[in-house]
Write a protein that binds this ligand. Structure first.
Ligand SMILES: [Zn+2]
Length: 229
């Protein structure tokens, strides 16, 4: 009998020698689980076949959750496969570099800063994959733009903050989440208690929705620590 499903403990059956598959009745403390899941469940990004049409992927989460790092990883893999990749970011975000997208762990990839989402449509001819970073800073039309690109057959990968510093849904992200085929929600670690963090707590009293900053301005917090203060 297979054990009950437990997210995060998937083991592909064909990677385990039959003799090592634990039996729920005789090996209650075995550290892994046999499940009937197909291979693709082991991968964080969607697995599509060569004949797939366009689709939308959203990578969301709080600050310091690794969204940009994951976006860069997916885009570089596409570049290695000789796919034509275009990358965009909002012109407002020049924290690290005027052109490159740079993650907290200093991985980087070349991008084109654009003033609004419709510029992405104008600059996206003859491409296989489009990456968009800091999507929360774009206008509300970004969801429609991304959908138009996906309908054209393009893989569109979007990364952005799902909530602002007050815990409210941020800009075009809710619309993107509704339209996306695939969503990856990443988490940071709460600096107060070490729990999973999905909120971006602002350490200053400035109340503009958009305030560019890093650890000097924001810290990741879990729900409980976010609302305690
Ligand atoms: Zn906490």
């Amino acid at each position: 009998m297979p054990r009950p499903e437990m997210p995060g403990h998937f083991v592909c059956p064909d990677k385990i020698p039959a003799a090592r598959i634990p039996d729920a009745a005789t090996s209650p403390s075995a550290p892994y689980f046999y499940t009937p899941y197909p291979k693709w469940i082991m991968f964080i990004e969607p697995q599509r076949n060569a004949h797939s049409r366009g689709w939308m992927e959203v990578i969301c989460g709080s600050m310091f959750s690794g969204k940009t790092e994951e976006l860069i990883r997916r885009l570089k893999r596409a570049q290695i496969a000789n796919q034509k990749v275009e990358i965009f970011k909002p012109a407002i975000d020049t924290r690290y570099d005027p052109n490159d997208i740079v993650s907290h762990d200093s991985s980087r990839i070349r991008s084109t800063p654009v003033q609004n989402s419709h510029n992405i449509l104008l600059l996206s001819s003859d491409v296989d994959v489009i990456g968009i970073d800091e999507a929360q800073f774009f206008d509300i039309d970004l969801a429609e733009v991304a959908e138009q690109l996906a309908v054209k057959g393009i893989r569109v990968i979007i990364a952005g903050l799902d909530m602002d510093y007050t815990g409210k849904p941020f800009g075009p992200i809710p619309g993107l989440l509704a339209k996306a085929e695939y969503i990856t929600k990443l988490h940071a670690i709460c600096v107060r208690c070490g729990d999973i963090a999905s909120f971006s707590y602002r350490r200053t009293l400035i109340d503009d929705q958009i305030l560019l900053g890093e650890k000097d301005v924001y810290e990741p917090r879990c729900r409980s620590c976010f609302y305690k203060t």
